[in-house]
Design a protein around this ligand. Structure first.
Ligand code: GDP
Ligand code: MG
Length: 720
């Protein structure tokens, strides 16, 4: 009896077909040692009997997952009489990627195009006869769920037993083809290799960097391995130098190119005239072009920031005035005392600072939702994939990083969780550890505040620079991790591009509002709580009696010296009030911590007040803004004339654009917020990675901030 294996992508309908063919005649078990289902059964009808093995679903014939290893092992070592490749006809292009690889293995095979019902309901017409001619193997359309075409399929499958192995080659370009020829000859001529029975396939796998093949060749014949390895690395160098690519990517590109070219030859036709996909294709030719694509991407981001900052400027001003007015109302209507101080410095100036950026957040999210809903964000991921591989990250790392705030305004918590889709543990870990470097929504108010005050003429370009910097930082950190503690393979990745869509106004508003509301809710709850706590830490212990008396004496002596009518008196008194407030703040619990840290942080230009804000920012990054608000409000010289934090920073002699830049850099890279750390610990099931993340990031951030600050000072000094 002929033995035939069913191979195909997950969800292509293998199991449905298997059940339809075998009915009750099947055995279910597990492959030895792993929990991948093993199914075998018999088809018999009209004097025809075929033994059928349902292989686990796979996308590729690499050896990265247990499924792939099992399927490959079965096909190479059990040598079935034939392979029935089950293909989802409604998703032909993607499914054929595996088909090409199976063909390259050389086993006799036929293709079952399943889900023909779905394909035709989508207006797709598949010319299976032409496909069969082009690929040189039988192709049978079926509807597994209804049993249509399956008997015909079995006739073809039975026929495989007597047919020769297929000889299927696609061209991988001059350089690769030449290397492949040389390598397959070497493999074919070494009888000590098991691989010698499948020379071209083994050579191809070798060039793809397949660890299983490389390992087994190295074991069976170290001499041959040496020869192959030198050809492979020569090719690699050559490809990098000439085409700026590497064999694995080239191989994948060519396979897709082959499939595209097959489908374009009238194999796949849309019965109903559908313009949308062709328009998408046209757009993609331009937007994901190797050279134009990245330029367009930079322009789109710059446009997004320009849009965000210019449209939010006026409403942010309204919010600022509103909180100024609110502070005035509290000032005028509450009795002096701790409660009033808490309301003004903790609530209004603290939370108000964060709330003030709601319009900016709204516009930023509106822009991002637009990019996401149109499908452009997927193109960004697509383009970044190439870059990511180089830095040891995976194509599937792009989305987690974008979710974490790759464009601006995400959150590292869902980002870290999204890394679950990455199968390779080391790539996943590298993604988890670098996700917090992205510019999450909580860092936005910090940047917006500082950029607004110190770089007001170039807000959009500064934001673009900040984004670029966070990416460079994340990628370099990934490279560092992947070449030290997380050293290992880079696994390949197949990316699908959804068609472009015109977003609906309602959809955009829903997405934008959901995210904006999250921001408001967090500011009104968590940030409010932390802000009040920090206010308390900055207020207590209050100045001792002795100290208070000293300031009172200063006031008394001024009053005695200067005539009560003179305007100078009021000014002097206010000055003393200010000194007293500063002194009180400095001696508070938080003030002491901030002052103690000054020894270290002064190299980066941060004073004790900034330190309080940054320590507070570990709880949540927005707290950097709210704490600066509280700190400057508590130390305010003249509370009657309460000015916004932005104004205070702009006029303060302690601040400069350079310091702002150092603080931006530090905020960008230092320890992830508490919730993210908890999430990292949970996702990696190890508190060590949480500790690592806090320490590594903070040290990195400190190093960079010091470099920026000292570098800036140095340049200023040379410049005079
Ligand atoms: P496997 O992962 O390859 O084993 O795929 P399954 O056999 O589990 O099928 C995946 C899904 O596709 C199931 O919901 C099936 O009911 C459905 N399915 C399978 N074949 C067909 C078909 O020919 N037409 C339609 N419409 N659905 C199908
Ligand atoms: Mg199945």
């Amino acid at each position: 009896m002929a033995i035939v294996a069913l191979a195909g992508n997950p969800n292509s309908g293998k199991t449905t077909l298997f059940n339809a063919l075998t009915g009750a005649r099947q055995h279910v078990g597990n492959y030895p040692g792993i929990t991948v289902e093993k199914k075998r059964g018999t088809y018999s009808k009209k004097g025809l009997s075929v033994e059928i093995e349902d292989l686990p679903g796979i996308y590729s014939l690499s050896a990265y997952s247990a499924e792939e290893v099992v399927a490959r092992e079965f096909l190479t070592t059990q040598s079935p009489d034939g392979v029935v490749n089950v293909v989802d006809g409604s998703n032909l292009e993607r499914n054929l990627y595996l088909t090409v690889q199976l063909l390259e293995m050389g086993l006799p095979m036929c293709v079952a195009i399943n889900m023909m019902d779905v394909a035709s309901s989508r207006g797709m017409e598949i010319d299976h006869e032409a496909l069969s001619k082009l690929m040189g193997i039988p192709v049978v359309p079926i509807v597994a769920r209804k049993g249509q075409g399956i008997d015909d399929l079995m006739v073809k499958a039975q026929g495989l037993a007597n047919s020769k192995a297929v000889d299927f080659h696609i061209s991988y370009g001059i350089d690769l083809d030449r290397a492949l020829d040389r390598m397959s000859t070497i493999i074919a001529n070494d009888p000590s290799l098991i691989e010698s029975s499948r020379p071209r396939w083994s050579a191809l796998k070798y060039l793809e960097g397949d660890e299983v093949i490389k390992g087994s060749i190295a074991k069976e014949s170290p001499k041959t391995d040496g020869e192959l390895s030198s050809i492979a690395s020569e090719l690699e160098r050559h490809l990098r130098a000439t085409l700026d690519t590497y064999p694995e990517a080239m191989i994948a590109d060519q396979r897709y190119g082959y499939i595209k070219s097959i489908l374009k030859r009238g194999i796949l036709v849309y019965r109903k005239d559908r313009d949308a996909p062709t328009l998408s294709d046209k757009l993609d030719r331009f937007l994901t072009n190797r050279f134009i694509g990245p330029i367009v991407m930079a322009a789109v981001l710059a446009g997004l920031y320009q849009f965000t900052f210019s449209y939010s400027e006026v409403p942010v001003g309204w919010f600022e005035s509103f909180f100024g007015w609110l502070g005035g109302v509290v000032e005028a209507n509450m009795a002096d005392g701790l409660l009033k101080s808490m309301m003004i410095s903790g609530v209004v100036d603290g939370v108000g600072g964060v709330m003030g950026f709601v319009p900016l957040i709204f516009f930023m999210f509106l822009g991002i939702s637009f990019l996401e809903d149109t499908g452009y964000l997927a193109r960004v991921a697509f383009m970044l994939d190439r870059v990511f591989r180089y830095f040891g990250l995976h194509g599937s790392s792009v989305m987690p990083l974008i979710v974490s705030g790759g464009i601006a305004g995400g959150c590292a918590v869902p980002g870290v969780m999204a890394a679950r889709t990455i199968k390779s543990p080391k790539e996943r870990m590298a993604t988890i550890l670098t996700a917090p470097f992205m510019n999450c929504g909580a860092k936005l108010p910090v940047f917006a505040l500082l950029v607004g005050v110190f770089f007001s003429d170039n807000q959009a370009s500064m934001m673009l620079l900040i984004t670029a910097l966070s990416w460079v930082g994340a990628l370099l950190a990934a490279k560092l991790l992947r070449s030290t503690i997380l050293r290992g393979e880079t696994t390949p990745f197949v990316m699908e591009l959804p068609p472009y869509r015109l977003p609906t106004f309602q959809g955009l508003m829903i997405h934008t509002w959901e995210r904006t509301w999250q921001y408001i809710k967090k500011a009104g709850t968590v940030i409010l709580g932390i802000s009040i706590l920090l206010w308390a830490l900055m207020t207590f212990p209050e100045l001792g009696e002795k100290e208070a008396e000293r300031f009172q004496q200063m006031r008394d002596s001024i009053t005695a010296q200067i005539s009560p009518e003179s305007p100078e008196l009021e000014e002097k008194l206010a000055d003393i009030d200010g000194q007293e407030a500063q002194e009180a703040l400095r001696r508070s619990y938080a003030g002491r911590v901030g002052t103690a840290l000054e020894k270290v942080t002064s190299f980066a230009g941060f004073d004790w007040r900034d330190n309080i804000a940054l320590v507070g920012g570990f709880a949540a990054k927005e707290v950097v803004v709210s704490t600066l608000g509280t700190a400057y409000s508590l130390g305010e010289v003249d509370p009657e004339e309460s000015s916004s934090l932005a104004e205070t920073l702009a006029t303060s002699p302690d601040w400069s654009p350079l310091k702002a830049l150092a603080l931006i850099v530090f905020s960008m890279f230092y320890a992830p917020c508490f919730v993210t750390v908890v999430c990292i610990v949970r996702e990696t099931s190890s508190w060590r990675w949480g500790v690592f993340s806090v320490t590594f990031n903070t040290l990195l951030a400190y190093g960079l901030a010091v470099a920026v600050y000292q570098g800036g000072l140095f340049i200023q000094r040379i410049g005079g």
